[in-house]
Design a protein around this ligand. Structure first.
Ligand code: MN
Length: 242
């Protein structure tokens, strides 16, 4: 009998309209994430990013086989010790602190972790790394990592052979769905860069060698039905349950 692996996710706080009259602050998760986890035989458990979760990440981590850090808003530059940039978007410092706490405790406990886009940036910041606050500044104005006309950007990524990232992706070169204007600059402690784009100038994935699986990708595998990244992460979480 197989047991369904449970993947913990920190929800996204936003304002939403629903039904005929409701217009409220909500916590949500885009369906693309839970659908990708479900296709892999797992189920998502979404936690509220409030002060209780930041203070006690074990509220979620005690109940899951893996932790997925989803995409979303910019990390507040104050979270990685940098000043705000004019192009910093709306931030949610409460979600930042909840996800940073979840990341640190997941790594301490050996809970498998996959960070997607913002989630890779959270992983890096949680381990003391930094970010470029606005990537076009570092690429001579190049906007090839950003959505345009309502579509994700697509760009090639080169994966370092023999890494856990390459195992998740199943290839050493892949075209990815991209939308990010922050990027990793200065690796967090214990992380190595495992994928690159833009002639090696942009770090597109990081991982922790050894121990439980800890990988971050800067792109959006949940938007690409042909991607194996989330399915292999869920399989890993299932295999690692005690
Ligand atoms: Mn990119």
């Amino acid at each position: 009998m197989s047991v369904t692996p449970v993947i913990g996710v920190c929800g996204i706080r936003t304002r939403a309209r629903y039904g005929e009259v409701w217009d409220r602050e909500v916590t949500m998760l885009p369906k693309v994430y839970s659908a990708a986890v479900a296709r892999a035989g797992g189920a998502c458990l979404v936690a509220l990013p409030d002060g209780a979760l930041a203070a006690r990440p074990e509220l979620l981590l005690d109940r899951v086989d893996g932790l997925l850090l989803a995409g979303g808003a910019d990390i507040a530059p104050s979270s990685y010790g940098a000043p705000d940039h004019p192009r910093t978007g709306p931030t949610d410092p409460l979600r930042d602190s909840a996800e940073i706490a979840l990341t640190r405790v997941a790594i301490e406990r050996g809970v498998p972790l996959l960070g997607i886009c913002r989630g890779m940036e959270v992983l890096n910041v949680a381990l003391g790394g930094g970010l470029v606050p606005h990537l076009p500044d570092a690429l001579d104005g190049d906007r090839s990592h950003l959505r345009r006309d309502g579509e994700f950007a697509e760009h090639p990524v080169r994966i370092v052979a023999g890494t856990r990232t390459a195992d998740l992706v199943g290839a050493e070169e892949v075209v990815v769905q991209s939308h990010h204007h922050q990027a990793v600059a200065g690796l967090g402690e214990g992380l190595r860069a495992t994928a690159f784009a833009s002639e090696g100038r942009v770090i597109e994935a990081v991982e922790r060698p050894g121990g439980a699986l800890v990988v971050g990708v800067q792109w959006h595998p949940e938007e690409d039905p042909s991607s194996t990244v989330i399915a292999r992460f869920v399989a890993h979480a299932a295999a690692s349950r005690s």
